[in-house]
Write a protein that binds this ligand. Structure first.
Ligand code: ADP
Length: 600
């Protein structure tokens, strides 16, 4: 599967039914094997009992209605009652069975799908940023929603129903030969090309279905991207452009859907046509046999009517087999996407003998670190850095130089190619990720606010924190005042975008969240967006408080932050181009000097 993917690119998926993928998915059915087995056995019983009504019908016509001959020692009344009673019993059995099948299999299918979705979501939480960097969020969303839902039907019905329908069609065919081999031979002549035509149609449906799912995935990915970027779209007056792209991806999805539906629509008229032709052939053969041999033909009216009823029973299972096979193969191509989510191994996993990082002081060292996001392109090369505990480091330099990359490596969000990063002498690749990240506080430019309340958002960093601790943290970073002015204070509802809160207020909430974890290392990506001067002042004071006792890495944009740092790193050319205090670097009159001058 291609690694990088965007909304306008179809995902490469394997083209045929994959037994391997189906096998992996069927593992999820194992816990429900008893229910599936029970329903499977009942399905076989139903396969046999469904053969009874046409047979009873034949007996009723030949032995009760037309000749009143009865059967052996039984008079025709007794035969009529037995036949009608047995017929009614079959109907009741089928209704009860259908009810339980729906209930039990529907439940099992639902549980299986729930388990798959749980595992897929669980694994998504473990995957490193590399996974999210390489595919649009919308496509991951489709996998966990639509693709997994499509599987429900396959597990609750399609696989078992297909097996049973194959058995049922075979039973009917054998029974037709027992009834009258001459008419049965005619059926076979009709059924074989019918099966062939439906098979080809089904292959075409599968192909078109796959294209359609790809296009629908692209559309969802674009919608998701557009929702995320809605502010930018509006700011740059690009709504018309977005509508055009939407129109394009939508047209492609609809066209693909229409192409599939066109073939789908052919399916039923064609199979019905084959049935009618088969029926005509049987009538023609019967007329020939009756007219040529009369009673000596061995064909009775009852046999002929049973025969026609059995023929009628052929169509539904054949159609169902074709449709279910289509759904199974659809699901199998979706499965590849879903199983990929379940099975993709995170780039970064804890070593088996990984230890807990003990409480740290905060010394951070990079030793000959080389790193790149993509093969063959290094962002950092033989990068060396030694930051004593408690110091504040400002990272400056051109956009794209690698400032964020440096800080992302401290939290081990990405795996380095070579070298060593250590904290207090502990190689971060030998300690558990949770013990590492627990002691590092990260605050990104985009202060993400989750749906919930202000309190939930502060407590997000440490779910076990008490309300008092959250309020204490807010007071410490000067967030308490604005929070208490909100309509419901700490219980004010927030949504995923933090609507109703200013950029600065969101930052203050994030700073409170950070303080709650009492980190020894803090990473700050300073916000570039303008914040009102009053809040800006609060943020600066709050940050001073946090940075006092920590080792801090600040991707600094404000000159005031840069000036007050213990050391400034000018990142460029895959490493540190200049390092020193503000005064030292200004004295050097190098790249940092130029940067400061150009900012003035
Ligand atoms: P800075 O913070 O200095 O602006 P970054 O560390 O964000 O720079 O990026 C350094 C380089 O790495 C840039 O060329 C950027 O395009 C690239 N880059 C950043 N993140 C990724 C990613 N997730 N996948 C691929 N390339 C990336």
């Amino acid at each position: 599967m291609s690694k990088r993917n965007r909304f306008f690119e179809d995902e490469l998926i394997q083209s045929r039914f994959s037994r391997k993928m189906m096998g992996k998915a069927l593992r999820y059915a194992v816990p429900y094997r008893r229910v599936i087995l029970f329903i499977g056995v009942l399905m076989v019983v139903i396969g046999f009992t469904s053969l009874l009504p046409p047979m009873l019908n034949g007996i009723l016509i030949d032995r009760v209605i037309t000749t009143r001959a009865g059967f052996g020692s039984l008079n025709f009344w007794t035969v009529a009652i037995i036949c009608l009673g047995a017929w009614a019993a079959v109907i009741i059995f089928e209704v009860v069975y259908s009810f339980f099948r729906m209930k039990l299999m529907g439940h099992a299918g639902f549980k299986i799908v729930e388990d798959i979705r749980k595992d897929a979501f669980g694994n998504l939480q473990k995957l490193t940023f590399d996974y999210y960097d390489t595919r649009p969020a919308g496509k991951i969303l489709v996998r966990l929603t639509n693709n997994v839902d499509d599987l429900a039907h396959v597990f609750s019905n399609a696989i078992l129903a297909t097996l049973i329908d194959v058995v049922r069609v075979s039973l009917i065919l054998v029974w037709l030969f027992v009834l009258d081999y001459r008419l049965a031979s005619i059926i076979v002549i009709v059924v074989i090309p019918m099966g062939g035509a439906l098979f080809f149609l089904q292959r075409s449906l599968m192909r078109r279905g796959r294209v359609m799912r790809n296009k629908v995935g692209n559309r969802t990915a674009y919608i998701a991207e557009n929702i995320q970027g809605t502010t930018v779209t509006k700011c740059f007056n690009r709504t018309a452009g977005s509508s055009e792209v939407m129109h394009d991806v939508n047209t492609k999805a609809n066209r693909a859907w229409y192409k599939m539906v066109r073939v789908n629509e052919l399916f039923f008229p064609l199979s019905d046509g084959f049935f009618q032709i088969g029926l005509m052939a049987v009538y023609a053969a019967s007329i020939f046999l009756f007219s040529r041999f009369g009673d000596a033909s061995g064909l009775t009216l009852g046999t002929l009517i049973s025969f026609i009823m059995y023929m009628g029973m052929f169509g539904p299972p054949l159609n169902a087999i074709a449709l279910n096979l289509q759904q199974i193969s659809d699901a199998s191509s979706n499965l590849e996407r879903i199983i990929e989510v379940v099975e993709t191994k995170p780039d970064i996993v804890d070593d088996e003998d990984a230890t807990e990082l003990p409480p740290i002081e905060g010394r951070v060292q990079f030793e000959d670190v080389t790193f790149g996001y993509d093969e063959g392109v290094n962002i950092l090369e033989d990068f060396n850095l030694d930051v004593p505990a408690g110091k504040t480091i400002a990272l400056v330099g051109p956009t794209g130089a690698g400032k964020s990359t440096v800080v992302n490596l401290i939290t081990r969000f990405y795996a380095i190619k070579s070298g060593r990063i250590s904290i207090d002498g502990h190689d971060i690749s030998t300690v558990t990720q949770s013990s590492l990240r627990r002691q590092i506080g990260v605050m990104m430019q985009d202060s993400f606010i989750f749906s919930g309340t202000i309190l939930d958002n502060i407590r997000y960093a440490r779910p076990e924190a008490t309300q008092e601790e959250c309020i204490e943290a807010s007071k410490k970073v000067f967030a308490h005042e604005f929070i208490t002015k909100l309509p419901n204070g700490y219980n004010t509802k927030t949504d995923e975008q933090g609507q109703g809160l200013s950029q600065g207020e969101k930052q203050l909430i994030n700073i409170a969240r950070l303080v709650l974890t009492e980190p020894k290392i803090v990473i700050l990506d300073e916000a570039t967006s303008s914040i009102d001067t009053e809040t800006e002042g609060l943020i600066q004071n709050a940050l001073k408080i946090i940075l006092k006792d920590c080792t801090a890495f600040v991707i600094a944009h404000r000159l005031s932050t840069i000036r007050s740092a213990d050391c400034i790193l000018y990142i460029a050319d895959r490493g540190i181009a200049e390092a020193g205090t503000h005064e030292e670097l200004m004295g050097k009159k190098g790249r940092y000097y130029d940067l400061v001058k150009s900012a003035c």
